[in-house]
Design a protein around this ligand. Structure first.
Ligand SMILES: C[S@@+](CC[C@H](N)C(=O)[O-])C[C@H]1O[C@@H](n2cnc3c(N)ncnc32)[C@H](O)[C@@H]1O
Length: 474
């Protein structure tokens, strides 16, 4: 039997061959770390063979690194992770990625970066260098940096002069990934610093107002109350733009694959509950113009959504086939007997005690044929899942697992699921759920989980979709 390191090396070698052959056959490019990110360069991940090979390759490479990097250095990748977070925030807020995009492709000197963003050149160089160690930016010559495929994800695609002239509008009309990164590096980062103080407090409860964010701000309020305070409203807008930016973190257009939309009859009613700006409803409305869609959210979000829809799909609003509606999901649902109630990344924002009324209001409004579609993360174990706990067969309930010596969940390749889970704790005292936890929650509120739709590539637990139907009332 060869050593674990040899087995991992073998997995890397065979996966790379599979990836190269599949990409050559199907016309995909293998990404180049030194070129700019482009969604098309991620296309290969939607191919089951190429996507699986890339996941195995990444998981094996990370595990091999854990064997050979000195353990104290590996430990400090985590212990000092906050330093990289802080460096990333400085670079995003001071528009470094945009400055590098506009500069020479051979690199931009820190003095030139500083001349544009007004920061200290030496400090900017130090922040860029710690990120360059992780291939976010690249130091091509001493103190001269370029973007990489990873840092270019942070590009708002706006001229830097416009960003400096209108800093408050930085994220408006952008792809949104910089916006969601700023949300994590601001609200979530500051809250995270209080995780221990929160969990070690003997008076801590399961209420959403008992979050580390509340402790950081000194106010017992929900995330949404925090956002609706006038001084934080720009953060709410940034968060909403960021929710659309999440698409860049997911393969393809997940909303279109979340449900068999074409199975719905003409005129069927879909209610996107807590739909935000319409990250799912926008593509679904475009692709399935025969559906009646209602996007519900809190009044300030509906105001922002109206502006966006008027720009992106004015016909849908004018014809009345899409309605943007202020509605509090803790109150009675007005659309009785809707064909689909959609909850995308809503339940993960709330502890169970708050999810129960949200789900019960939908159950009360449901007809016997209503489908509840939930898009959220399902947390896999970091070990083999023995598939016990649900007590009945639900297609897709158990994730595809990687084989030994890899971690069954493909390790940090699938880390976005766990990042989402931690974020929910920090900002809302909430959580992503395992499939058993989700099933229990649904059954307590009169819903029966019938299907888990997982993307075909092996490592994807992050924002998948589930279907539930009303349980007969006993
Ligand atoms: C994580 S975001 C998800 C947005 C959208 N579903 C998406 O995936 O893009 C949660 C949404 O819930 C909304 N929300 C929070 N409390 C609400 C309430 N009581 N009633 C309705 N919407 C609410 C927020 O404004 C926000 O848009």
């Amino acid at each position: 039997m060869s050593s674990p390191a040899r087995q991992l090396l073998q997995l890397i070698s065979t996966s790379l061959s599979t990836l190269e052959t599949t990409c050559a056959e199907k016309g995909f490019n293998i990404p180049d770390l030194h070129t700019t990110f482009d969604p098309a360069s991620e296309a290969f991940r939607n191919d089951p063979v190429a996507g699986e090979a890339a996941s195995v390759l990444g998981a094996a490479a990370l595990q091999l690194a854990a064997i050979f990097i000195p353990p104290q250095v590996s430990l400090y990748h985590t212990v000092a992770g906050f330093m990289r977070s802080a460096a990333a925030r400085v670079c995003i807020e001071s528009n470094v990625t945009e400055i590098l995009r506009e500069g020479s492709p051979n690199g931009v000197h820190v003095n030139e970066i500083a001349a544009k963003n007004g920061r200290d050149p030496q400090k900017i160089g130090r922040f860029l260098r710690i990120l360059a160690n992780h291939h976010i930016y690249r130091e091509v010559r001493p103190n001269v940096f370029t973007n990489t495929r990873i840092s270019s994800l942070l590009d708002t695609l706006k001229p830097s002069a416009e960003l400096f002239a209108h800093p408050a509008q930085k994220h408006e009309n952008t792809p949104g990934l910089a916006a969601i990164a700023c949300h994590h590096l601001d609200e979530a980062f500051k809250a995270a610093a209080y995780a221990w103080e929160t969990v070690s407090d003997p008076n801590m409860t399961d209420a959403t107002t008992d979050s580390p964010l509340s402790r950081a701000t000194g106010r017992k309020e929900t995330l949404w109350e925090f956002y609706q305070r006038p001084e934080n409203f720009h953060k709410y807008e940034r968060f909403n733009i960021g929710m659309r930016g999440m698409r860049a973190l997911q393969p393809g257009d997940v909303g279109l694959h979340a449900f068999d939309w074409k199975s719905l009859a003409k005129g069927s009613v879909v209610v996107d509950v807590g739909g935000g700006l319409g990250s799912v409803s926008l593509p679904v409305a475009r692709e399935y113009p025969d559906l009646q869609i209602v996007v519900q959210d809190l009044p300030p979000v509906i105001e922002s959504a109206t502006k966006l829809w008027k720009k992106e799909n004015p016909d849908a609003l004018e014809s009345g086939r899409v309605k943007l509606e202020a509605h509090d999901f803790f109150k009675t649902q007005p659309h009785k007997g809707a064909d689909v109630f959609l909850l995308k990344q809503i339940l993960h924002d709330w502890p169970d005690a708050s999810c129960i009324p949200i789900l019960r209001h939908l159950r009360e409004a449901a007809s016997p044929t209503t489908k509840l579609v939930i898009m959220d993360t399902l947390i896999p174990f970091a070990c083999h899942d023995p598939a016990v706990g649900i007590g009945r067969e639900i297609p897709g309930a158990v994730p595809k697992e990687a084989s030994s010596p890899l971690l069954a969940n493909y390790g940090a390749v699938g880390e976005m699921a766990y990042i989402a889970d931690m974020t929910m704790f920090f900002i809302a005292n909430a959580q992503e759920r395992t499939v058993v936890e989700m099933d229990n929650l649904l059954r307590r509120t009169g819903w029966e989980l019938t299907l888990v739709r997982r993307p075909e590539t092996g490592n994807n637990h992050f924002v998948l979709s589930m279907e539930a139907i009303p349980m007969e009332k006993s």
